[in-house]
Design a binder for this molecule. Structure first.
Ligand SMILES: *Cc1c(COP(=O)(O)O)cnc(C)c1O
Length: 386
């Protein structure tokens, strides 16, 4: 196989650090479901699932059936998979056959699942997602009583694996009233389960932010996305943690896993007054040494970084000069001594004593961390490092 124009390295020890921190926070008896939607937030679903199992995770959550299929290929027999979002009717058989858990948020779906489970002679594992105030997916309260009756009657073919909901905005303390109201409504659903004596095997409502900042939302399982990748869900959650531990720094409680690298494709001397790349967006104000890098916006490097971003070479910042092209961009290396073709370039992550954070892209390009990460092309090879 020929070499790709950039590569992503994922740190196993950082992931173990993050999982251990989250486990300590939520308590030993609570299962951590690792949310690996969007190609594991850009980290690469296959390698990430293998890493997460090494770090002690044995439950994975995806937004879709096609992502669950990728988890299935990567995971060991011990780990479980749960689809939280889109699963088409035509793929329900596949889910049941492979023991894949999935969210159900309307009553009609239950009848379809029952029919298919009976035909296959195999039990389906369902999480009933209830509507508590996010108003995206979630079963309406009016459909819940008949759902419980249905689950009681058809327990042989349908396991009531979970009762769950999702908070709309737990990362911001300004939304606290909404989170509290969602949690209160969730408890109403639970009460009905108890009253009818139709109980879910597990209860789960917390995402990263809730698991870290609202201990009362931690039930039997937590669904952890962003935090396991080493990102605090928001400044609110970060500062709440500092307050809780009475410190001015989190001391590496969460560590980024991710380093994105390329190498120098070519070097050139550019004379004062010349333009670099397409158009006239950058004119050399002095004689310059310029390095050409073999990737561009089609390879996940945002065009918004044109004339504004920087990369690391020999541990020093090298500013982007000119526009980010489809497959190339240029950086100024005039101030860095002894730069050579083939030399390592860090696009995101640490090199020597300098670091480029994903959040620096956010400032320049208006992309959120999650958005920037999830847009990184799946074709970039991911490798696991220590
Ligand atoms: C994405 C998602 C999560 C994880 O959210 P984070 O904030 O990244 O931890 C949990 N539950 C559901 C339903 C989700 O869609």
């Amino acid at each position: 196989m020929v070499r790709h124009s950039s590569r992503i390295e994922l740190s196993q020890s950082s992931l173990t650090n993050n999982i251990n921190f989250i486990r300590k926070k939520v308590g030993d008896g609570v299962r951590i479901s690792s949310v690996v939607k969007a190609n594991a937030y850009g980290h690469g679903i296959g390698p990430f699932v293998r890493m997460a199992e090494k770090s002690g995770v044995n439950h994975f959550a995806t937004a879709s059936a096609f992502e669950a299929e990728e988890v299935l290929d990567a995971k060991s027999a011990k780990a479980d998979v749960m689809v939280m979002g889109i699963l088409y009717d035509e793929d329900i058989d596949w889910a049941i056959e492979n023991g894949i858990e999935f969210f159900v948020f309307n009553y009609e779906r239950l009848e379809i699942v029952l029919h298919k489970a009976k035909a296959l002679g195999k039990q389906a594992h369902l999480h009933i997602e209830v509507e508590t105030g996010a108003n995206r997916t979630g079963m309406q309260a009016s459909d819940f009583p008949k759902t419980l009756t249905f689950l009681k009657k058809n327990a042989e073919f349908i396991e009531f694996t979970g009762l769950c909901t999702h908070f709309g905005g737990a990362e911001s303390f300004a939304n606290k009233f909404k989170i509290d109201s969602q949690h209160a409504r969730y408890k109403e659903f639970l009460k009905q389960c108890k009253k009818k004596n139709v109980l879910p095997k597990i209860k789960h409502i917390a995402c990263s932010a809730a698991a870290l900042a609202y201990p009362d939302t931690v039930y039997d399982m937590v669904r952890i996305g962003v935090a396991q990748y080493g990102f605090w869900p928001s400044p609110d959650i970060y500062y709440a943690h500092l307050q809780e531990i009475g410190a001015t720094s989190s001391n590496g409680a969460l560590k980024r896993l991710f380093t994105w690298k390329t190498d120098i494709m070519d070097l050139r001397h550019v004379k004062e007054g010349e333009f670099i790349g397409y158009g006239t967006s950058y004119q050399a104000t002095r004689d310059m040494e310029v390095a050409v890098l073999p990737l561009g916006y089609s390879n996940g490097y945002p065009r918004g970084q044109s004339n504004r971003g920087h990369v690391l070479i020999k541990g020093k910042k090298a500013p982007v000069v000119g526009l980010i092209n489809m497959n190339l961009f240029m950086v100024d290396v005039s101030h860095i001594k002894g730069v050579e073709v083939g030399e390592e370039v860090v696009l995101v992550g640490r090199q020597k004593s300098n670091t480029i954070n994903i959040s620096s892209f956010t400032q320049v390009t208006q992309l959120m961390n999650n958005e920037m990460l999830s847009r990184l092309p799946a074709a970039i090879p991911r490798t696991i490092v220590k």
